[in-house]
Design a binder for this molecule. Structure first.
Ligand SMILES: [Zn+2]
Ligand SMILES: [Zn+2]
Ligand SMILES: [Zn+2]
Length: 122
């Protein structure tokens, strides 16, 4: 075992003082904080809330969030669903003048689009 957090938990029966308010996955060794967060024991991704985590379960079963349009991951690695994506600064070059100007957003294309009877409300 190479995980110091799991070693501590094994020896002492709790996560230890540095883990106050946080929890840890024994399988993928991800640590996350915040009681509202949800960790999936199938894909071992961490979601902003239980409600968000529910949305990567379809009628057919589990789908990795990276394969679902509207899921996006923040800088801390938490998955979010829909809403406002963080803006990333970028530059576009004007082909006429050759000058570059910043653009506000890049809308990253999803790797695969899920089709079918996906019902985000269920
Ligand atoms: Zn661990
Ligand atoms: Zn999952
Ligand atoms: Zn995990």
């Amino acid at each position: 075992m190479n995980c110091t957090i799991c070693e501590f938990a094994d020896a002492h029966g709790w996560w230890g003082p540095t883990m106050s308010g946080k929890t840890h996955c024994l399988t993928c060794h991800t640590t996350w904080g915040g009681t509202a967060r949800a960790h999936c024991t199938v894909c071992h991704q961490t979601f902003a809330s239980n409600g968000v985590a529910d949305k990567h379960w379809r009628k057919a079963g589990h789908v990795h969030p990276s394969e679902i349009v509207d899921f996006w991951q923040d800088e801390e690695g938490f998955w979010h669903y829909g809403g406002k994506r963080p803006l990333k600064p970028a530059w576009v070059v004007d082909s006429d003048t050759g000058s570059a100007k910043p653009v506000e957003t890049i809308l990253a294309a999803p790797t695969r689009v899920i089709t079918g009877d996906w019902d985000p409300a269920s």
